[in-house]
Design a protein around this ligand. Sequence first.
Ligand code: SAM
Ligand code: SF4
Length: 330
Amino acid sequence: MDTEIRDSFGRRVSYLRISVTDRCNLRCRYCMPPGGVVPKRHEEILRYEEIARAVRAVVSCGINRLRLTGGEPLVRPGIPSLVRMLRELPGVEDISLTTNGQFLGRYAGELREAGLSRVNVSLDTLDPERYRDITGGGELAPVLQGLAACRAEGLLPLKVNVVVIRGVNDDQVTDFARWTLEEPYDVRFIEFMPIGDIGLWSEQAVVLESETRAAVETVGPLERAETPATSRGGQAWRLPGARATIAFISPISKPFCAACNRLRLSADGQLRPCLLSDSFVDLRAILRAGGTDADIRRAFVAAAQSKPERHRLGEGAACHPRTPMSAIGG
Ligand code: SAM
Ligand code: SF4
């Protein structure tokens, strides 16, 4: 193995989140700015060969866990072929996907055959009307069908990400908790972060883990659950007799920066050290100038070295990143 990549605080980088597109078929009110986002031009977006080339150069440095995200990754044609290209790179251990689930039913089989390891589905309500409202017109039924299709394909464990927002879906927390009693989908409640120019965000809209947990515990007491070896999501919990687990991702009340092992590659080739910082290294320029593997590795080292020790959410509006979540790849 080549030298592993560490940041200036000694954290080893082993995980790359790859945004494959800045486009999305939904307009979630907590993610997209009210006026939408001007999409990048086709030629600005990294080609699949360029993504695979970048990964090939750093997998030998221990960056061997990949997540495809966006925008909505499944709106970009041919995602299974990208999964296959990445799966064929020696040393890649795990490839997962974060999706809104709208097209999952159509792709689940192909994705599994291509070598995808796992899927996370974003779903913030179990009520069809509310789903339409939160997502700007999306339909709930295809998401549920997509989850069922992944389950049938054995794409497990299946995680469902719920961003909890006061006055939007905080009354649904107990519904999701009860859902784990019936369905084998691991639910993760996420604290609402101020990223980009989202009109919906305010301090009052944030529901902290303590409050969400208290709502879950009105359904039943939470017991510690065994977390699978592949899970990096921290402690999971389970209601007595439940088929699935519950976890809390709490970037505001319990920042996990000290254990951060990731870099992000945006759809247009910006290598970003942190979701909550606007700084980046221009990897696309290096790739398109005929950069060698050593040049690509140097770019990754530079991005890792610029990783902040921690984010400063909760320390005032000046600390809020301007780039929309859909452009960085959440
Ligand atoms: N379109 C895909 C999806 O929705 O799963 C992938 C991209 S989306 C930006 C990735 C994740 O970011 C989703 O789980 C979404 O819920 C989360 N997200 C978006 N905006 C957020 C915010 N302001 N705070 C917390 N999570 C957010
Ligand atoms: Fe699109 Fe995902 Fe953002 Fe919703 S959360 S607007 S599905 S990128």
